[in-house]
Design a protein around this ligand. Structure first.
Ligand code: ARG
Length: 566
């Protein structure tokens, strides 16, 4: 509500100037670094430039205007070009805390996406290959963005665009027919399929004609060769099991699993449209679209008629526009595909559709281990499911050591382990690389998911068996610095969520929650909460309760479970 108040001052002052001076200005409202100067500060520099009047005159006008607004402001002081306001902290704070307690998990809800549709394309693993660390990042970031968008009232549609089509399936079919065995594959699909894939490449080094065979096999698939399609379907089902295991563990779901193959019969129409708009150019038998001097052309059809990754994405974006009527489409995909999405956007633009600007590549960086790219490629197949289980087992050990009598230890360990992995990722702005370190991530102190869960549990135990009576709130207490600090943070929740939705950045929420938890722990280190004085106790409890509401809801938006005990 400090945020609301700032917004109100901005709007009212802008209107005032418009009505009285007939000039449109944009007012900046900020919080002074040093709170002894005031709670809110309105600098007049930019207005002076526009109105071309002496500074003291402008400042005096602003003071008069603000006085006339009937806002919870108790004092106004001016310093040079700054109009500094002291707010009625007691009144304001009480409203904020009561509002939070009343709304509970609805607190922070925003309306900025009301009536708008956002389509999110995330996770999207490649069938017959192991679920990579990059896909895990995409899964966690995408899931959190979906929850954030929903909280901002957007209609969301989550798509797992499986990499289930392309020349690599031609390779797989050739390899399977030459060296494969169904029973062996069923026993451990991804590992066995990976072995076949690796073998294909080893053999193709010696015998390059295998590559031609693979291309031909894929072409046959595109022509709906029943034997190949049957085999493909089976490989798809078997490999999807590994991804589903991970989704089940993380409790993540999708509205659609329509992958690349789904667009097999939808590409011709797009290619025809490119043709009719004279955008397709023949290039050594292949068909390309020139996209300008700054980026390489897009290869739309191979010389053998085979389609490409971008051809399928192009068909998909039109299908989705039509099907989901998106106002935004987010592709949560690694930095290394930057060019691909620049090309996709440019293609749509060249075709004359202005929804090109609704296409957003929500890019992210790599996972590093010891400063080097963590890889799941080639022979060293690290199963991510095993990595997640390792985090969970370590969490179990630590719970066993700290709190052996806890009920539901297994369930709690699961949620702590997941919180560690998810938070380690989401606390960083997504385009940055992340140092992957399970032991660090699992610590109960420091910037970790378990630390936030632990703070919430701590508050839960403070609130346990306490009767909170909101009739006994002593608003005056909120004027004290460590109280007001917390109230201010609670009041920022909605703005933080909106910022995260605008920047497609769960890290905005993650960082905010770390601040909130640190502020609460600081508060708790100087203030006993369950004191005997009725007013103080209830005020403290109400504050603690609102902090927990925000913490829990913030964790939920990141895809992390809050706990009552741990
Ligand atoms: N399957 C792709 C990969 O693993 C990611 C797909 C991303 N989404 C998209 N619409 N291209 O590289």
């Amino acid at each position: 509500m400090i945020e609301n108040l700032k917004q109100e001052i901005k709007n009212k002052l802008e209107n005032y100037i418009k009505e009285n001076l007939n000039v449109e200005v944009s007012i900046v409202v900020e919080e002074p670094k040093n709170s002894s100067l005031g709670d809110i500060s309105v600098p007049m520099f930019s207005i002076v430039k526009i109105l071309r009047k002496p500074m003291p005159e402008i400042v005096a006008m602003a003071v008069e205007a603000i006085k006339s607004f009937d806002l919870p402001i108790v004092d106004i002081k001016t310093v040079g070009a700054y109009v500094n306001l002291f707010v009625d902290k007691a009144k304001l704070s009480k409203n904020i805390i009561l509002d939070c307690i009343e709304k509970e998990s609805d607190y922070g809800k925003s309306e900025i996406g009301l009536g708008k549709n956002v389509t999110l394309d995330y996770s999207s693993p490649n069938i017959a290959k192991s679920f990579s660390i990059g896909h895990l990042r995409s899964t966690m970031i995408g899931n959190s963005l979906k929850l954030i968008m929903k909280k901002c009232s957007y209609n969301t549609f989550a798509i797992n665009y499986l990499g289930d089509w392309g020349t690599q399936f031609g390779k797989m079919i050739v390899a399977f027919k030459k060296w494969g065995n169904k029973d062996v594959i069923m026993a451990d699909p991804i590992s066995e399929l990976t072995k076949l894939y690796v073998k294909f490449h080893v053999e193709a080094e010696k015998n390059p004609s295998l590559e031609d065979e693979a291309r031909e096999a894929f072409r046959q698939m595109e022509l709906a060769n029943p034997e190949y399609l049957e085999l493909w379907r089976w490989i798809r089902e078997e490999s999807l099991k590994e991804s589903k295991q991970i989704y089940d563990l993380l409790e993540i779901d999708f509205d659609s699993y329509n992958g690349e193959a789904f667009y097999n019969d939808k590409m011709d129409a797009v290619v025809d449209e490119l043709e009719s708009k004279n955008l397709l150019v023949l290039d050594n038998g292949a068909k390309i679209v020139n996209l300008g001097d700054d980026i390489p052309p897009a290869l739309i059809k191979r010389s053998d008629g085979g389609s490409l990754y971008i051809t399928r994405d192009l068909a998909a974006v039109f299908y989705r526009k039509n099907e989901y009527k998106f106002d935004k489409i987010l592709y949560v995909v690694g930095n290394e595909q930057k060019l691909h999405f620049v090309q996709l956007k440019r293609l749509v633009e060249k075709m004359g559709y202005d929804f090109a600007n609704q296409i957003e590549h929500v890019n992210f960086g790599l996972y590093l281990t010891d400063g080097k790219k963590a890889s799941t490629r080639k022979g060293n197949v690290v199963k991510l499911y095993d990595v997640l289980m390792r985090a969970i087992n370590l969490a179990k050990e630590s719970i066993e050591a700290k709190n052996p009598n806890l009920a539901n230890k297994d369930e709690i360990a699961k949620y702590v382990g997941i919180a560690a992995i998810v938070f380690q990722d989401l606390k960083n702005f997504r385009s940055l690389d992340v140092e992957f370190n399970i032991d660090e991530a699992l610590k109960f102190e420091g910037q970790t998911g378990p630390y936030l869960q632990y703070t919430s549990v701590r508050i839960a135990s403070i609130l346990k068996n306490q009767e909170l009576d909101l009739n006994y709130i002593d608003s005056k207490l909120f004027e004290r610095e460590h109280y007001f600090e917390l109230v201010k943070l609670v009041s920022q929740f909605k703005m933080v969520i909106e910022k995260a939705s605008i920047e497609y950045a769960p890290s905005v929420i993650a960082k905010y929650l770390l601040n909130l938890a640190a502020s609460f722990n600081h508060f708790y280190s100087i203030e006993k909460i369950n004191v005997s004085d009725l007013n103080i106790r209830n005020t403290n409890l109400a504050l603690a309760k609102s902090v927990r509401i925000v913490l829990n809801e913030g964790l939920r938006l990141l895809g992390i479970k809050y706990l009552d005990e741990m």
